[in-house]
Design a protein. Sequence first.
Length: 112
Amino acid sequence: MDAISPIGRSVRDDMTEQARLDPEFRAELERLRPFEEVARQIIRLRLDHGLSQEALAQRVGTTKSAISRLESGQHAPNLATLNRIAGAFGGRLEIAFHVPDGTALHHQLTPV
């Protein structure tokens, strides 16, 4: 559900309109897109395991504010941190490159 601003438009509608009109704004949205995708995955993983940001931070060996920054989708995630997050759930971090010819290369990172 989209948040409704005090003037009656959803935030998403406002951002879509702003991106349509402002190339710099559109470029910044595109730059942040990968960070937001990672943020959504971290949030989903944390919520699926019933953890608070603080509990996840303890498992990962970082601070709640660091988890909050990652989950904001506004900051570039550090691969070592992402690897520790995966490890905190008994998982592993996988990276994939998708190239225009339709092939994909997947690689499992070795714990740092």
